[in-house]
Every structure is written in C-alpha cells, then in structure tokens.
Design a protein. Sequence first.
Length: 306
Amino acid sequence: MRIAITGSSGLIGAALTASLRADDHQVVRLVRRPPRAGAQSGEEVRWDPRAADAGDPALSGVDAVVHLAGAGVGDHRWTAAYKAEIRASRVLATRALASALTATHPAPKAFICASAIGWYGDTGGREVTESAPAGKAFLSRVVHDWEAAADPAREAGIRVAHLRSGLVLGAGGGVLGRLALPARLGVLPRFGDGHQVMSWISLTDEIRAIRFLLDGPGADERSGAYNLTAPNPVSNDELTAALHAAFKRPDFPWLRVPSFLLKLGLGEMSAELLTSARVLPARLLDAGFSFDHATVGAALTAELPR
Ligand SMILES: NC(=O)c1ccc[n+]([C@@H]2O[C@H](COP(=O)([O-])OP(=O)(O)OC[C@H]3O[C@@H](n4cnc5c(N)ncnc54)[C@H](OP(=O)(O)O)[C@@H]3O)[C@@H](O)[C@H]2O)c1
C-alpha cells in the first residue's frame, strides 16, 4: 500500500513509519518543514496543517492517510494561546485534510485519525468503553471536535477510524519520556492521592492496533472510534511502583506531590496527571485483537531501553 502519514516524526509516527516500511509499504511523510535534500522523490511532501489544499497532488495515488499530527498536549503550560494551538492543530488540520481527501481522485480508501481517551474526561475511575459520551473539560471538547472534523471524509464514503489512545508507553517520548529519568533515579513521586486510574498502551501494541485498523485482515470493515488502551488500566500508585520496579529502584509510596501543588505549578495541564478514567478496549477485543502487553509490568519490560 501507499500510505501518507502526518506527524511521522513523533513518538507514534516514527514507529508506525518503521513498521510499515519493514513490511514494504510505501510511506509518504507529510512534513511541515521543507523536504530533506536527501529524501527520495515522493517520500517527503510538504503540507501546511492549516491549509491542506483541496486535491493536494501529494494525496493522489495514496491508498490511506494516517493523521497523527498535533501540538504536544504535555509540551507547554496551557496558556490561552497554547490551548488555541492544541485545538487548531487538531481540529482545523483534520477538517482541512478531510476536505482535501474528498477532492482527491481517486480518493484514498481510509482515513485513520489520532484521537485520545481525553474524549471521556474524568470519570472518577469508572469503566468506560467507546459508547460513553464525551466529557465536558477542555480536552474532551477538543477531542470531540477533532473527531467531528473528519466528517467531510466520512460523508464522502471514505472509511474513517479514530484512534482513542491512552498513555502510550514507549521509550524516548510521551509519558515515559517524562517519567523515566526520575524513576531511574528512584525519586518519581505519586501525583495527588495516586488513586487516579491511568489507561495506557505499550507503543508496540499501539502500532499493532493501528496496523490492525489500517491494513490488518478485515480492516476494511473497521470504522468509528476505537479505544487503544490495554485491558488492564492501573492507578497512578501502581504505575509509579511498576516504573521503580522496572529500574530496580526502591519505591517510596509516601513520596507524593499534592494535587494543589500540581494545579499551582502546572495550571489546567495538571489534568493530564490527575484525570481518572478506566478506559477499556471493547471494540478492539470484540474484533479479535490480542495485546502483546496486557500488563504494565510486561509493557515496561519491553519498552524501556536496557
Ligand atoms: N503519545 C501519547 O501518549 C498519546 C496519547 C493519546 C493521543 N495521542 C495523539 O496521537 C498523536 C501522535 O502522538 P505522538 O505521541 O506521536 O505525538 P508527538 O510525539 O508529540 O508528535 C506529534 C507530531 O505532530 C507534529 N506537530 C507538532 N506540533 C504541531 C503543530 N503545532 N501543528 C501540527 N503538527 C504538529 C510533529 O510532526 P512533524 O514535525 O513531522 O509535522 C510531531 O512530531 C497526537 O495527535 C497525540 O495527541 C498521543
């Protein structure tokens, strides 16, 4: 297949690109910078997330588009300007890309879009599956509008799947990129009371699940929202203990940063650490997907660099 990917330089995009190339698929990286001098023709194509041209020639001859780009949710304090960037880089870019797909002939058959379990908001740790409604917090509203922005592609008959990913545990980025060093030093604190439920997935399973929805057997029948989360979410207490165990460090459950300090230091972004939602991968399991890493210990053993 010929597959175009946005956000291919990110944690998930880089791993997906490598996985697809290893299976001899042709990957077109849609990049925001000028294509590298050494890139082969058609391998890297410049795109502007705010103004994907209708019928962009980069998309003709492409079988599927995987859209992962977006300003990092945990990269900066959520000022009004950065919240606008988080939103625009997802909602406007997805709508522009979806419209561009509909104007491409022949149109790609599939549009696989990143999304997030932020859809559900804080459920107080209650179990939720894909049928649960969106929450009301900032991120829930962004995710709701991000998914809806793919409507033009859906209405044009293109298969659209939304990847409602949990915390992706992979070396070198995402949550592990932030927590691995303090855990390696044995000083990673609990956040708040540590009881909040964190729904996670190993990077390996994230890529396997994307491939399952993109080009796996029966993928043509799979559309709509899928939770990309392992079947065993953990509390922040359990994740912290598992990280210390993975680095063979003692775990001190009394080492905590109280919620009010997190809120003071990080502002609204503290929701990323304190939100509690037990998000289960009902649709992936129903479709016959099996996880390589069903427990957080197995995921950390596999993903952390030795
Ligand atoms: N990692 C997680 O735990 C997680 C969990 C849930 C959902 N997700 C979602 O999955 C997607 C991929 O995640 P990731 O962890 O691979 O993200 P990432 O490492 O932050 O990479 C995202 C990519 O998006 C592009 N990008 C950065 N800033 C941008 C901006 N302002 N406007 C447009 N594009 C921008 C960049 O790619 P280029 O420079 O190549 O354009 C960047 O490499 C994201 O949309 C993220 O919200 C991730």
